[in-house]
Write a protein that binds this ligand. Structure first.
Ligand SMILES: NC(=O)c1ccc[n+]([C@@H]2O[C@H](COP(=O)([O-])OP(=O)(O)OC[C@H]3O[C@@H](n4cnc5c(N)ncnc54)[C@H](OP(=O)(O)O)[C@@H]3O)[C@@H](O)[C@H]2O)c1
Length: 283
C-alpha cells in the first residue's frame, strides 16, 4: 500500500508533494527498478538533472510506472553551460527527448554561477519555456537573496521553489527565511547529509526517534516537514524509501526541534563546502 503524501501549494497555484525522491546515483537498469520501487511506495515527485546522468532512466521509470502522467511531478535542472537564452531552450528540448516526456512538471536553474553573470538570461529562458509549455512550474536552486532579488527585479517573475542544501549540520536558516519572504517554497537537497557526514546516526536524533519508534533519518525529515521545507531525499533501498515517507504520523515537540537546531555548524557544516557565490557547476 502506498502512502498518501500531503501537498504543498506553490506561488504559481500548482501543487507538489511535500517530499520528493532524489536520484543521484540511481542509474542504469537498476536505477529504473529503484525508482519504480519508490513510486510503488508512494513517491510522486522525482528530482533529476542532466548532471546525474539518469534523465533517460527517470523517463523510462515514468513510462513503466503505470501511474497517470498528470499524477507525477518530474523535476529537472538547467546545466550551467546553458545559461544563454537560446542554449537553455535547446537543452530543455534535448532533456525532454532524453526522458521521452512532453514536458517537465518542474524545472530549476541548477546553480547561479554568478561569475558568468548569465543567470538572469537563464531565468528569462525558463519563463519562455513555461510559456511554450515545455515546463510547468519554474524555480531555481542554490539561489541566495541577491540572486533572487536580481531575477525578480529584472523579470517580475518570482520562482516557485528554491532547492538548497539543508541538513542537520547546515540549516541554511537565512536562505530559508529569504525564500519565505519571497513566497518561495524551500526544497532541501542532501537532507540526510548524503554519506558525507554522520547526521543519519547522530545519537541525539536516534534518541528522539526512539521515543516515537522512528529512525534518525525520519526525525530529520520530520524536522524539515515541520519547517514547511520539502525534503528531496534519495534512497535506492525499498525499506528506506518506505521509512522516509512514514513521517506524517508523529510530531516533534518544540524542545526536540531545538535539539535538532542545536546541531547546526554554520558554514562548516556544508556537505561539500559549495557556497553558491563561489561554487560553479557546468553540467
Ligand atoms: N540542487 C542541487 O544542487 C543538489 C545537490 C545535491 C543533491 N540534490 C538532490 O537532492 C537529492 C538528495 O541528496 P543526496 O542524494 O545528496 O543525499 P541524501 O538524500 O541526503 O542521502 C542519501 C543517502 O542516505 C541513505 N538513506 C536514505 N534514506 C535512509 C534511511 N531511511 N536510513 C538510512 N539511510 C538512508 C541513502 O542510502 P540508501 O540508498 O541505501 O537508502 C544514501 O546513501 C539528490 O539525490 C538530488 O536529487 C540536489
Amino acid at each position: 500500500m502506498s502512502v498518501e503524501i500531503p501537498k504543498v501549494t506553490l506561488n504559481d497555484g500548482q501543487t507538489i508533494p511535500s517530499i520528493g525522491l532524489g536520484t543521484i546515483d540511481l542509474m542504469g537498469n537498476k536505477g529504473i527498478l529503484q525508482i519504480l520501487d519508490a513510486v510503488k511506495a508512494g513517491y510522486r515527485l522525482i528530482d533529476t538533472s542532466t548532471n546525474y546522468d539518469n534523465e533517460g532512466i527517470v523517463g523510462k521509470a515514468v513510462q513503466n510506472s503505470g501511474i497517470p502522467r498528470d499524477e507525477l511531478i518530474i523535476s529537472s535542472k538547467l546545466p550551467g553551460k546553458f545559461h544563454d537564452f537560446d542554449g537553455a531552450l535547446k537543452i530543455i528540448e534535448e532533456q525532454l527527448a532524453r526522458t521521452g516526456l512532453d514536458y517537465f512538471d518542474k524545472y530549476l536553474i541548477h546553480w547561479p554561477n554568478p561569475d558568468d553573470g548569465k543567470y538572469v538570461e537563464a531565468w528569462k529562458a525558463l519563463i519562455q519555456a513555461q510559456k511554450l509549455g515545455l515546463v510547468k512550474t519554474i524555480g531555481v536552486s542554490n539561489f541566495l537573496e541577491h540572486h533572487l532579488e536580481k531575477i525578480i527585479d529584472e523579470t517580475g517573475v518570482t520562482p516557485a521553489t528554491n532547492q538548497i542544501e539543508i541538513q542537520p549540520y547546515f540549516h541554511n536558516k537565512e536562505n530559508v527565511a529569504v525564500n519565505e519572504k519571497f513566497g518561495i517554497v524551500s526544497e532541501a537537497w542532501s537532507p540526510l547529509g548524503r554519506d558525507l557526514n554522520d547526521a543519519k546516526e547522530h545519537p541525539d536524533l536516534v534518541e528522539i526517534g526512539n521515543k516515537y519508534n522512528k529512525t534518525a533519518p525520519q526525525v530529520i525529515l520530520r524536522w524539515l516537514h515541520q519547517r514547511d521545507i520539502v525534503p528531496i531525499v534519495r534512497s535506492g533501498d525499498p525499506s528506506h524509501q518506505k521509512d522516509n515517507l512514514a513521517i506524517f504520523d508523529f510530531e516533534l515537540t518544540n524542545d526536540e526541534m531545538k535539539t535538532v537546531f542545536a546541531l547546526d555548524k554554520g558554514e562548516d557544516g556544508r556537505v561539500e563546502g559549495q557556497h553558491p557565490d563561489e561554487y560553479h557547476e557546468y553540467v
